[in-house]
Design a protein around this ligand. Structure first.
Ligand code: ADP
Ligand code: TYD
Length: 203
């Protein structure tokens, strides 16, 4: 089973990915916990080019190519081998992030994103958990981390509001795969709902 977490910056994806992986491992499952951009050594190198530096460092087109290159390496080296081995793969972000961040919000390039995805990636998660929350609160949480990886957070609050709308629209496009989770709650409450959803899918 291939599970992804999606949502705006600071919505709690990393926290929930970790909680779910821990829960499934405690239940005796073999789990690979990974993230994008990154997740394999080559893709982690590409990640640095994407998340650090000035907001205008790359054009929208170059950015789509870099995210897709990173994803292709991640898929070849980490995701597909683990799935073939029968493990559960949990990825903190995947292709929906490109659809929303590069496709719908930075100048309507969704067709370009979709065609590159079809040619280079061609894999969809079995289940996508979209953590939905108030963009202003999420931005505060994210920037408070002071990670030095804030290139996208630096686009500002209005951008995060457009991203939120983009994720909600995507969930409407693909209701069988995408579930919306209310992230405006304590992490353990969100985690309990996530666990229940995943366990019912696994059963
Ligand atoms: P993301 O991966 O979506 O950017 P994180 O899981 O890294 O989000 O969370 C961003 C920040 O908010 C972290 O400092 C984290 O500890 C905190 N956080 C995560 N989930 C919650 C929650 N439900 N309530 C309050 N704070 C949270
Ligand atoms: P991430 O480390 O998940 O950031 P955060 O913890 O703040 O949510 O991802 C880094 C940034 O990269 C994030 O702002 C979202 C962006 N991103 C894209 O724009 N397109 C993509 O395809 C992916 C995977 C991430």
């Amino acid at each position: 089973m291939f599970i992804t977490f999606e949502g705006i910056d600071g919505s709690g994806k990393s926290t929930q990915s970790r909680l779910l992986a821990g829960h499934l491992e405690a239940a005796g499952r073999q789990v690979v916990l990974t993230r994008e951009p990154g997740g394999s050594p080559g893709a982690e190198e590409i990640r640095k080019l994407l998340v650090e530096g000035a907001t205008d460092r790359w054009s929208a087109e170059t950015e789509i190519l870099l995210f897709t290159a990173a994803r292709r390496d991640h898929l070849e080296k980490r995701i597909l081998p683990a799935l073939q081995d029968g493990q559960i793969v949990i990825s903190d972000r995947f292709a929906d992030s490109t659809r929303v961040y590069q496709g719908a919000t930075r100048g309507e390039r969704r067709a370009m994103v979709d065609s590159l995805h079809a040619q280079m990636i061609g894999t969809e998660p079995d289940l996508t958990l979209i953590i939905d929350m108030d963009p202003d609160a999420a931005l505060e949480r994210g920037l408070a981390r002071g990670s030095g990886e804030d290139r996208f957070e630096e686009f500002g609050a209005e951008f995060q509001h457009r991203l939120r709308a983009g994720f909600l629209a995507l969930a409407e496009e693909e209701p069988a795969r995408c579930m919306i989770i209310n992230g405006n709650r304590p992490a353990d409450e969100v985690g309990a709902e996530v666990q229940a959803l995943v366990l019912s899918r696994l059963a």
